[in-house]
Design a protein around this ligand. Sequence first.
Ligand SMILES: *Cc1c(COP(=O)(O)O)cnc(C)c1O
Length: 376
Amino acid sequence: MTDHMMVVHFDPVHGWSPPEIQPYGPLAIDPASSCLQYATSVFEGMKVLLALAEIPTLSFTESHMAHTAYAGPDGKPRLFRPDLNMKRMETSVGRVALPSFDTDELLKLIQKLVTIDARWIPTVEGHSLYIRPTIIGTRDSLGVAASDRATLYVILCPTGPFFRTGARPISLLAVNEHVRSWPGGTGAYKLALNYAPTFRPQQHAAKLGYDQCLWLLGDTITEAGAMNFFVAVRRDDGGKEMLMGGGTDVDVITPPLDGTILPGITRASTLELVAAHPSRATLPGLSPDVRLHTVEGELTLPQLSTWAKEGRLLEAFTVGTAVVVAAVGRIGHNGTDIVLPPHEGALGPIARGLYERITDIQEGRFEWEGWSVACA
Ligand SMILES: *Cc1c(COP(=O)(O)O)cnc(C)c1O
């Protein structure tokens, strides 16, 4: 963790206390606190990167060297669509009846904290400073009721690449005996209580040699690990080879926000960038002859299996703040694997184009819709 944290307390008489940025350290809370007894705990995940001093045109492999060469401590720290994190946190807080807060003020405090601890922002490709805003209920009574007291705090830590698998795609174990989210449940909110029940199934998947769980509801795919899930499927009417210049229509499909899916900011950004290709902005390295179409629609495991057999399942990938975009190499279920076509450097052309475009925006190399917000 970095040197400092931001802390602010809420009580029903005084409301929110003046925020304090203080040295990082333990919090003292009552053992009967609502967050410890009834899981009134909400979090967000954001990251901050440094703007680059120059704007080089890069290929995927060159970007590593260029980043280490051009990123300097003089660059301004940048956040990626932080207003969306603030809005989502407000929604999560409402779901567990914690006190609401001023989202603009919290964002300003986060920017201030990041500026104070800016020396902690890594300048190496694939590394960044992770921001963890958290709100916990601190009502010190065992009555099963909403917490009328809360502590909001923000901590920061430098992070490396999410998966230490290097350039290999991740593997997923499809799981439906344990369920991450369900209709009417809380899967669409970033609540701490959604994550503890995923640890046992995750350990089981790891024991069988898979990196993450692919969460199902019956046959229906919801998410992978704590990431949103996408597949790229060549349309039936295409028939021509992808990237060969003849023009190919590809559906980029992700499950819809039906209440069981966490509305990821990387997911929303992926959908917008896919929709922009090729008419508004082509994805780096992807031919404009590949016409991408976004589909927010139900995805089932048998459907994936059929597409794979037909040779139409081009790519599967996961997206999220920590990982940005990760390729999926295989999906296991009932002792067999759906195997995705391998690609040089792990990411397929669509996933790679998205990874490059999103990191270009995050690091200030590519301006898009004001998504990258400089601190101070
Ligand atoms: C945080 C999270 C995501 C990714 O959301 P981003 O805003 O893109 O980081 C996806 N699924 C789950 C379950 C999550 O907790």
